[in-house]
Design a protein around this ligand. Structure first.
Ligand code: MN3
Length: 205
């Protein structure tokens, strides 16, 4: 399987002023593209893995062949995380429906508490990584976690519902060291319809 860079459904400038066009362009056409190139290079060296889906590869984890393990986990994670991230945002975002707000408030007390915990997870991730709203695959409980580098919640038995990239490359050009301001602005472009669909699917699967 050869992976290719997914096209965005909006222009690089479409998320301004919350995410600037140059950040989007570099993030998508350079960072994400590099993860895909390096993933493909690693898979060339391990043709026995060619039938596996990306999810299956990430779930193999430590069982991956030693010479390609780190490359597949880092770059496969980078590909899946970024594909998910682009689809989590919209230049014309829907508001969270009452049903979604209730589902989330049931998990966190209130909507505001959910947003506060999510932002805190992103803010306190030391170095590079992600903050996530996840649904546990077995208990179906909602929680907020953060992962280092390009790890994905599926590797710990969770289905990601929403995730924000808090690597510096996601915000540094416009926000410099102000990660909190980036996360606060990012709420304005979250596609809540997408979030609601992901949650409904996670709860019934
Ligand atoms: Mn990134």
């Amino acid at each position: 399987m050869i992976y290719t860079l997914p096209k965005l459904s909006y222009d690089y400038s479409a998320l301004e002023p919350h995410i600037d066009a140059l950040t989007m362009q570099i993030h998508h056409s350079k960072h994400h593209a590099t993860y895909i190139d390096n993933l493909n290079k690693a898979l060339e060296k391990a043709p026995q893995l060619s039938e596996k889906s990306l999810e299956e590869l990430l779930l193999l984890g430590e069982k991956l062949p030693a010479d390609v393990k780190v490359a597949i986990l880092n770059n496969g994670g980078g590909h899946i995380n970024h594909s998910f991230f682009w689809e989590s945002m919209s230049p014309t975002p829907s508001k969270p429906s009452e049903r979604l707000q209730k589902s989330i408030a049931d998990g966190f007390g209130t909507w505001d508490e959910f947003q506060a915990q999510f932002a805190q997870a992103g803010l306190t991730r030391f170095g590079s990584g992600w903050a996530w709203l996840v649904c546990h695959n077995n208990s179906k409980e909602l929680s907020i976690i953060s992962t280092p580098n390009q790890e994905n919640p599926l590797q710990t038995g969770h289905t990601p519902i929403l995730g924000v990239d808090v690597w510096e490359h996601a915000y540094y050009l416009h926000y410099q060291n102000r990660r909190a301001d980036y996360i606060a602005a990012w709420w304005n472009i979250v596609d809540w319809d997408r979030v609601e669909n992901r949650l409904a699917e996670a709860l019934t699967s």
